[in-house]
Design a protein around this ligand. Structure first.
Ligand code: 7RM
Length: 653
C-alpha cells in the first residue's frame, strides 16, 4: 500500500463544515433518521424507493442473496426508458428540458422530455428494423451529444444491452470490446469537437470494424449544425441516423424487462491485460441510481444539473442518464474541452445556463486551480447551490479551492466514492445532513454497509486498511460478461463470499467518515481514468522492440497519477529517443491517448524477486524519487541501483 496518498498532516489544520441550516431546510434528505431506518432494515429501505418507480409487474422478493451472487426485486417487470421518459409525460415535466447540449463551437440544442421520448421511440424502432432484439448487444462509440443518450435509452426500451465505449479509446480497444460481447450493431457519429479539433469517430470505428465480424449494421449520427465530416459509408452496412429516424414510427411500447435482465455492459480496467465487461441489470440499478440522485444531488424541478463526465464512463451512465432522468431533472451536457476557447469555458457555461448542481472530478479542479482563481471570479456563479466530486481522492487543498472559488463558500460539496462495479454512489455526504471534512468522502449512503478490514478480515475501527462492503446493494454488478469465475475471484475471494472487495484502501475517523486512499491493486487512476498497469504492459510488449515492460504510477500534481513505464529492449534495438516516441505512439494506438506514458525508462533488466515477480514497489519508489524500500528479497539488487542511476542521469532524480 505504498502507492496511496495520505493527507494526515494537512488535515490537522483543516476545518470541518457542518451542514448549512438554510440548505437543510429545503433538502430532500433533511431528517437524519434516514440512516437509522436504512440500517434497521436495508431491504425495506430499498423497497420503499422501488415503490417510487413505475413497474409493469411488482416484485415477489426484494432480495435473493446466494453469496457471492445477489438478485434484487425478483419477479418484477420494469423498463429503464419508461422510468426515464414516459413516467414524466403525464406531469408538467412533459415540456421541460431533459437535455441542454452545448457544442464546443457554441451551438446550443435543447430537447424536452416529450421530444426525447419521441426520438428514443423512433430510434428504438430503427434498431428493431436492423434486426436488434431483446438481449442483443449494441455498441455505442460517440462523442458527448444528446443522441448518445438517445441510443442508450433506445436500447433499453427494446431490451437490447448497450455497451458504451469511450470515444477516446483506440480502434483496437473498441474492437476488443465489441468482440468480447459480440455486438450486432455499432452506433457512432461522424465526429465531435475537442479542443478545436475534430475527433473523427466513424473513421476510427472503420479501423475497428475490420476486425469485428459480429457487427451487421453501423448507424452514423451526423453532428448537429456543423459541417459534415468526410467519411466512408459502406453500402448495406452503414446508415445515417437522420435518414433512418425520419421514416421510423414514434410508437414503440417499452418492453417489460425482468428486473434481473441485463441493462448494459461497461468495460473497465482490472489487474490483467483484458478489461472486464461489468454487467448491470435493470431493476436494482434503476432503484439505486434514482435514490442516490435524489438525495445526494438533492435534485429539484428547477435545477440545472451538470455532471461533466463523458457518457463512456459509468458516471455518464448513472449520473448523466439513468439517475437524473428518472428524477425528471434538466441535464446539461457539453461536448468539448474545458479550456476551449478559454480556460474559463466551464464558468461561462455555468453562468449562461444558470447551472445549479455541478459534479466533476478532482483532476479537473486541480487544472482549474492551476489556471487561476481570477477565471471563475469573472463569472456569475450565483446559480450554483451544490457541488460534487468523483473519480479519485480529492486533496484538501483542491477541496478548499473548489469550496471558496466555485462554491463561493455557500455550496455544500459531496465527495462521492463509487465504481463502475458498484453502479451507484456508495460513500458520500448528504448535502443537508453531513458535516463535510475535506479529503473525506464521508459515510456510507443509507442502506450501504461499508467498513475497513485488514488483510485477515479483522475490522479496523479507526486507521487504515482495505475498504469492504458487507451487504449486497441494488446496483451492484451481477457478474463479468462471459467470466463469472473472474467475478468471484476478483470481488468476493479476498475474505469471504459475502464481502465485496473494491480494491481500494481506506481510513476511518472516530466519527465513521471514510477517507479513500486509492487503489491497492495494479490499477492506476490517471486524471480520474482507470487504467490497468497490465494493459499498458501488454501494449508495450506487443511492439517488436520490447522484451519486457513494467508499468507503475507516479504521483502527479494534476492527474493524481501519471504512467511511468520501465522497458527492456531486445538486443538488436537501440534505446533511443526515437524508440521512446515510437513506443509511446504504440501504446496510444493500442489503447488510446489516456494511456500514453508520461515517461519511458529503458533498462537492461527489471528488478525481480527470486520467484521472478517484478517488484513494482521498488519501481514506484524510483519513479517517485523516494528512498528505496526493502530490497532484501531481490534476486539481483544491482539491477535496482543501475536502474536508478540511469533514471537520475536522464531526469535528475
Ligand atoms: C465512479 C468511478 C473507480 C475507482 C475507485 C477509486 C476511485 C472514485 C472516488 C475515488 C477517492 C472518490 N468509477 N474513486 N471515486 N477515490 N474518492 N470520491 O470513478 O470505476 O472508473 O473508478 O476510482 O479508486 O476504485 S471507476
Amino acid at each position: 500500500m505504498s502507492n496511496v496518498t495520505v493527507f494526515d498532516d494537512l488535515l490537522q489544520e483543516v476545518r470541518e463544515f457542518p451542514p448549512d441550516p438554510a440548505f437543510t431546510a429545503q433538502a430532500t434528505a433533511a431528517d437524519p433518521a434516514i440512516y437509522r431506518r436504512a440500517a434497521d432494515d436495508y431491504e425495506r429501505f430499498w423497497e420503499d424507493h422501488a415503490r417510487e418507480l413505475v413497474w409493469f409487474q411488482p416484485w415477489a422478493r426484494v432480495l435473493d442473496w446466494k453469496p457471492p451472487h445477489a438478485q434484487w426485486f425478483v419477479g418484477g417487470k420494469i423498463n429503464a426508458a419508461y422510468n426515464c421518459l414516459d413516467k414524466h409525460l403525464g406531469t408538467p415535466r412533459r415540456n421541460k428540458a431533459a437535455f441542454i447540449w452545448e457544442g464546443e463551437n457554441g451551438e446550443i440544442r435543447t430537447v424536452t422530455y416529450l421530444q426525447l421520448h419521441r426520438d428514443v421511440c423512433r430510434f428504438a424502432n430503427v434498431l428493431r428494423s436492423l434486426g436488434v432484439t431483446k438481449g442483443d448487444r449494441v455498441a455505442i462509440y460517440m462523442p458527448m451529444m444528446i443522441e448518445a443518450a438517445v441510443a442508450m435509452l433506445a436500447c433499453a426500451r427494446i431490451g437490447a444491452i448497450h455497451s458504451v465505449v469511450f470515444g477516446g479509446f483506440s480502434p483496437d480497444s473498441l474492437a476488443d470490446r465489441i468482440n468480447d460481447s459480440a455486438c450486432k450493431v455499432l452506433i457512432t457519429a461522424d465526429g465531435g469537437w475537442r479542443r478545436g479539433n475534430v475527433l473523427a469517430l466513424k473513421n476510427e470505428a472503420d479501423k475497428a470494424l475490420e476486425q469485428t465480424p459480429s457487427v451487421r449494421h453501423v448507424v452514423i449520427v451526423k453532428r448537429p449544425h456543423g459541417e459534415p465530416f468526410p467519411l466512408n459509408v459502406k453500402e448495406g452496412r452503414d446508415h445515417w441516423y437522420h435518414r433512418l429516424i425520419e421514416q421510423a414510427s414514434a410508437d414503440c411500447p417499452a418492453e417489460p424487462m425482468d428486473a434481473e435482465d441485463v441493462l448494459y455492459i461497461l468495460y473497465t480496467s482490472g489487474t490483467t491485460g483484458k478489461p472486464k465487461g461489468i454487467v448491470h441489470t435493470t431493476g436494482g440499478y434503476l432503484v439505486n441510481t434514482y435514490a442516490t440522485s435524489k438525495y445526494v444531488f438533492d435534485l429539484k424541478d428547477d435545477d440545472i444539473y451538470w455532471c461533466t463526465a463523458d457518457i463512456g464512463w459509468v458516471t455518464g451512465h448513472s449520473y448523466v442518464v439513468y439517475g437524473p432522468l428518472q428524477c425528471g431533472a434538466t441535464v446539461f451536457i457539453y461536448e468539448g474541452a474545458p479550456n476551449h476557447p478559454g480556460q474559463d469555458r466551464f464558468w461561462e457555461m455555468v453562468a449562461r445556463h444558470r447551472v445549479s448542481v455541478f459534479y466533476t472530478a478532482p483532476t479537473a479542479i486541480r487544472a482549474f486551480m492551476k489556471w487561476g482563481r481570477q477565471l471563475p471570479a469573472k463569472h456569475d456563479l450565483s446559480s450554483l447551490r451544490l457541488l460534487g466530486t468523483v473519480g479519485e481522492p480529492i486533496n484538501p487543498e483542491a477541496w478548499m479551492w473548489y469550496h471558496e472559488n466555485i462554491g463561493r463558500g455557500r455550496c455544500p460539496i459531496v465527495d462521492t466514492w463509487w465504481q463502475t462495479e458498484t453502479g451507484a454512489i456508495m460513500i458520500t455526504g448528504l448535502p443537508g445532513l453531513s458535516t463535510m471534512k475535506p479529503g473525506y468522502a464521508g459515510t456510507p449512503f443509507p442502506g450501504i454497509e461499508a467498513t475497513v478490514l485488514d488483510e485477515a478480515g479483522n475490522e479496523v475501527k479507526t486507521g487504515s486498511g482495505l475498504l469492504a462492503i458487507k451487504k449486497p446493494w441494488p446496483a451492484m454488478l451481477r457478474t463479468i460478461w462471459g467470466d463469472d469465475e473472474r467475478y468471484v475471484a476478483t470481488y468476493f475471494s479476498k475474505w469471504d463470499k459475502k464481502t465485496y472487495f473494491p480494491g481500494d484502501g481506506a481510513k476511518r475517523d472516530e466519527k465513521g467518515n471514510f477517507m479513500i486512499l486509492g487503489r491497492v491493486d495494479d490499477v492506476l487512476n490517471v486524471a480520474g481514468h482507470r487504467i490497468g498497469t497490465m494493459e499498458v504492459e501488454s501494449a508495450l510488449v506487443d511492439h517488436e522492440a520490447v522484451a519486457e515492460a513494467a508499468v507503475v504510477g507516479r504521483n502527479h500534481d494534476l492527474k493524481g497519477q501519471a504512467i511511468v513505464a520501465f522497458v527492456t529492449v531486445k538486443g538488436r534495438f537501440s534505446m533511443s529517443d526515437d524508440l521512446r516516441k515510437e513506443l509511446s505512439r504504440h501504446v496510444v494506438k493500442k489503447i488510446g491517448a489516456i494511456a500514453r506514458p508520461e515517461e519511458i525508462i529503458f533498462s537492461s533488466d527489471l528488478p525481480k524477486t527470486r520467484s521472478g515477480k517484478i517488484m513494482r514497489r521498488l519501481l514506484r519508489d524510483i519513479a517517485d524519487g523516494r528512498a528505496l524500500g526493502d530490497t532484501t528479497t531481490l534476486a539481483d539488487p544491482a539491477v535496482v541501483e543501475q536502474l536508478r542511476e540511469t533514471y537520475e542521469e536522464k531526469y535528475g532524480g
